[in-house]
Design a protein around this ligand. Structure first.
Ligand code: SF4
Ligand code: SF4
Length: 493
């Protein structure tokens, strides 16, 4: 029986991503996997566009097919393999113990496909049998990776799901160095642990050193303005201690300048207590942000009233899908809209959305409705109406801001087991006057960490480290009251 390893390079991976702790990962992983007596051969699956150090090694297969099943058919035929272990080349922590465990399951239970749902991708593998690949119909169409196809049609295949402790899904890490943030996290784990942690050890490594997760903000929510022309039923704006004005351009610039020092990709959300499109320099702000190499996404959360022709033409010229627009519209006609938003802009917002749809790239325009008693009565009709426009729908959890506004929820989706707050680890909330709030719940800035007008963003982010560490260890703040907050499990990007 021939069992081969096929080490994949995703199309965005560079040789720099494959360098980890001064080692070249394909070599290190190749050695690690060849050391398993069950493995006959290690091969490399390279995207057509790749050029780099792997060009000259033996056992490479260029992926020229439009879909993975056709590629695997060729691979099985040319190598005579019976089973293929698929791993990713940017997996510095890949653990042969896990691979062996999965292989034992695969060989003893004879499924067509074996995978794991709880072990992160950089620690485990997927195993395909020759029988599976040969039974697939020929196709020249592009489609999702084969494992995604199988998982979404799981009852049509013979599949084994491998489970192994510990479960670290709460960290949302995939342990792949092609993601710069994860690479830094793994470098810090390696430094703390003194060796590549085995999967069995990883939970203890994190618990012993939670600071390895605190590497820089990934999501900056910016309150461009506190002004708005609506009066929504669920809005917290009118509960603020004082009115929030407009953010000055130099304050916004200090955000993007400050983010450069982390050298990590991040997203900006233009949201907060007001309507971002009412800011007189909205387009200048966006243009400044779009020049930043590390910025991966700008999310614009808008009520849609000013998402007019100007905005549409701006969106159509902005770089490929970087701007994502979420239009908060809690209605599907004039009556439902007015009841939730307090005014009669339904037709205007609807027309704006339909026109935006013409220029928006896939995945860059959404309508959002809040999951509360008042929308539950018409949710089916809402879905029917908006699905016809082809704009995807986001169902939003209501944040009651720790009792600041009336709780209108009809279900509680909080997980039973409390984990550390994602917002302390990854987010920053910038108020219109330049203060960095403690977190997104600190909308009056009572526990603000300081102001961008006199302190740099990296220094202000570092102020949150201790709060994150304490929260991770289960010691919750009383102001803001983390004990009564239910936003700890929500996350953005
Ligand atoms: S559109 Fe947004 S900011 Fe304006 S009132 Fe509604 S919820 Fe508040
Ligand atoms: S638990 Fe709530 S109040 Fe505490 S930091 Fe997280 S989001 Fe803020």
């Amino acid at each position: 029986m021939k069992i081969s390893v096929l080490m994949y390079l995703d199309s965005y991976i560079t040789d720099e991503d494959l360098s980890f702790a001064e080692l070249y990962l394909p070599e290190v992983l190749g050695e690690r996997l060849r050391g398993m007596e069950e493995v006959s051969e290690v091969y490399y699956a390279l995207p057509e566009g790749y050029s780099g150090k792997l060009d000259s090694v033996s056992g490479i297969f260029r992926i020229t097919e439009k879909n993975e099943s056709e590629f695997l058919k060729r691979f099985f035929n040319e190598t005579g393999s019976d089973h293929v272990i698929k791993v990713y080349a940017d997996s510095p922590f890949l653990d042969p113990e896990v691979i062996r465990g999965m292989l034992d399951v695969h060989i003893s239970c004879h499924p067509e496909f074996t995978y794991s749902e709880n072990v992160p991708p950089g620690y485990c593998c997927e195993i395909f049998s020759r029988d599976l690949v040969e039974s697939l119909p020929e196709s020249s169409e592009e489609h999702l990776p084969l494992s995604s196809v199988i998982r979404s049609n799981i009852h049509h295949f013979d599949v084994e799901i491998y489970y192994s402790d510990p479960d670290v899904r709460d960290t949302r890490l995939s342990f792949r160095s092609g993601n710069p943030r994860e690479k830094v996290t793994m470098e810090r784990m390696l430094e703390k642990h003194g060796a590549v942690p085995r999967y069995a050890e990883i939970r203890d490594v994190i618990i012993g050193n939670p600071g390895v997760l605190f590497n820089g903000p990934s999501f900056i929510e910016v309150e461009l303005t506190g002004r708005c022309n609506l009066d929504c039923l669920f809005c917290y704006r009118k509960t603020l201690a004082c009115e929030h004005g407009d953010m000055e351009l130099p304050v916004f610039m200090s955000i993007v300048e400050g983010m450069r020092s982390f050298r990590l990709p991040y997203s900006i959300c233009l949201g907060g207590s007001g309507e971002p499109l009412m800011h007189s320099q909205f387009y200048r702000v966006c243009e400044a942000a779009l020049k930043e190499e590390l910025l991966s996404t700008i999310v614009v959360e808008t009520n849609g009233i000013y998402a007019d022709d100007n905005f549409r033409s701006f969106l159509s010229t902005a770089a490929g899908g970087v701007i994502k627009v979420i239009v908060n519209i809690n209605g599907y006609d004039r009556e439902t809209y007015r009841a939730l938003h307090g005014d009669d802009y339904f037709e205007q917002v609807y027309q704006n959305i339909v026109k935006l749809k013409e220029v928006a790239e896939p995945g860059s325009l959404y309508v959002q409705i809040m999951k509360i008693n008042e929308t539950d009565t018409f949710l089916d009709r809402y879905y029917d109406f908006w699905e016809k426009t082809g704009v995807p729908i986001i169902l939003q959890k209501q944040n009651v801001y720790q009792g600041r506004i009336q709780d209108r929820r009809y279900s509680d989706l909080s997980p039973i087991e409390r984990i550390s707050c994602w917002h302390l680890q990854r987010d920053m909330f910038v108020l219109a006057d330049g203060r960095i709030a403690f977190c997104k719940q600190d909308v009056d800035g009572i526990n603000a960490r300081g102001s961008l007008k006199d302190t740099t963003l990296p220094v202000l982010f570092e102020c949150a480290r201790n709060d994150f560490l304490q929260d991770y260890q289960g010691s919750y703040r009383t102001s803001p009251d983390c004990r009564s907050c239910d936003e700890w499990y929500t996350f953005n990007l």
